[in-house]
Design a protein around this ligand. Structure first.
Ligand SMILES: [Zn+2]
Length: 410
């Protein structure tokens, strides 16, 4: 009996200690999980997109912070739109910061958005390197730094199409496009049995830059020609693996026709030919990525069919019983684009600016940079659910394109 009694006491004491220990461990696990979750959220590209405010901001500024004039073309690279200003509403860091002190940072969401067109990337120029469409990785990295410092932030083609722009208040959206699916743009290398993005590729340079400046954005659309098959991007991995890794990083795929056709050429000027070149590209990518739909077309050479009545087929058509639809059709030159909510917007011929190649040319990005002044460019209000423009520019907004977005003038 005595023995049993002692045992019981011991067991009770042991159990109490054990339950205290379990509670302590559970608490530690909970805390560790919580901080890990916060960490991940911070580094997820595009996380601000999902962080839409539950309420649309009031039309009239509430508690407008006291603020002296703040230039948009700031010289300070670290100026994220205004450290001196207390935002009117804040949520967790990295979430959307909604500002309604418009007079202070002068948003203009009727302004232009530069859509940059890239082609080839190489390690170093050689004597025979073509001069206008090739960039070195080092120059590209330098360009990212320049664009970041000048207040540009990347948005995707999808965000451009929907004018769903959540770059921070006072900063400028920009779109990156890459034509032809060339190796220097993106390719995979195998390391210890796993596939990774080659750091010596434009996408690889962007991934590294994103580690330094995640708020710049890891976005861009790659326009591919499916007739190139395994030659698209080249390098390690199957075409499916290449596409899947590219998409998983947040990049997009667009169509550049089957065969890189020149639509200004008479032999391509028929309804059959246009639909074949676009439909085949759509059909082929669906074989590799079931259910995938191209929604943007980049015209090879920027050329349109001479026969104007055929042009609608660039946007909508069908081939082999399968329909295709392109929400934007991208040109080649040579100026920033109006936003999709502008009365001047033509989704069937959206202007792009070519990146500078080995040598500068008129109307390339280097030429445009000093000309893209804050008075002409799209300056974000930081809230994708509102379109904010100065009173004088409200007529430039196509009210029918607003959807459920709120137009605010000031
Ligand atoms: Zn091309």
């Amino acid at each position: 009996m005595q023995k049993r009694k002692i045992n019981k006491k011991k067991i009770v004491r042991f159990l109490s200690l054990l339950s205290l220990f379990i509670i302590f461990i559970a608490y530690m696990i909970f805390m560790a999980f919580k901080s890990d979750k916060n960490q991940t959220g911070k580094n997820t590209p595009g996380s601000t997109l999902t962080a839409q405010p539950a309420e649309t901001p009031a039309e009239t500024p509430t508690q407008t912070p006291i603020q002296t004039e703040e230039p948009i073309d700031t010289e300070d690279p670290d100026d994220e739109g205004s450290p001196a200003v207390e935002p009117t509403e804040t949520s967790k860091p990295q979430d959307l910061i909604i500002r309604t002190d418009y007079e202070a940072f002068m948003p203009n969401e009727a302004g232009e958005i530069p859509i940059i067109m890239f082609h080839n990337f190489i390690e170093a120029y050689e004597e025979k390197t073509e001069k206008e469409f090739t960039t070195t990785f080092a120059e590209f990295e330098q360009l990212l730094e320049t664009l970041y410092n000048e207040g540009y932030r990347l948005i995707s083609m999808e965000e451009f199409i929907d004018c769903n722009i959540s770059v921070p208040a006072g900063l400028k959206p920009m779109v990156f496009t890459f034509d032809d699916g060339s190796i220097g743009q993106f390719n995979l290398v195998e390391e210890n049995g796993t596939l990774k993005v080659n750091p010596k590729s434009a996408a690889g340079v962007m991934i590294d830059f994103n580690k330094k400046h995640p708020e710049f954005g890891l976005k861009g659309i790659f326009y591919v020609n499916m007739d190139k098959g395994d030659k698209t991007f080249e390098g390690a991995g199957t075409l499916e693996e290449r596409f899947e890794i590219l998409l998983s990083l947040g990049f997009e795929l667009g169509t550049h026709t089957w065969g890189h056709v020149d639509y200004s050429d008479a032999k391509n000027n028929s309804a059959e030919r246009i639909q074949e070149c676009l439909g085949k590209n759509q059909e082929k990518i669906e074989e590799i990525l079931p259910g995938f739909r191209f929604y943007s077309l980049a015209l090879p050479f920027g050329s349109l069919p001479q026969n104007k009545s055929l042009r609608p087929l660039l946007q909508d058509g069908s081939y082999n019983g399968n329909e295709y639809h392109h929400e934007t059709i991208m040109a080649v030159g040579a100026e920033p684009s109006v936003p999709s909510v502008s009365v001047k917007y033509n989704s069937n011929y959206v202007r792009r600016i070519r990146a500078q190649g080995r040598e500068p040319v008129v109307c390339d990005l280097t030429w445009w940079l000093p000309r893209m002044t804050s008075s002409r460019m799209f300056i974000s209000d930081g809230d994708p659910s509102t379109i904010v423009v100065p009173e004088a520019k409200s007529a430039e907004i196509n009210k029918e394109k607003l959807g459920d977005k709120l137009l605010i003038t000031y």
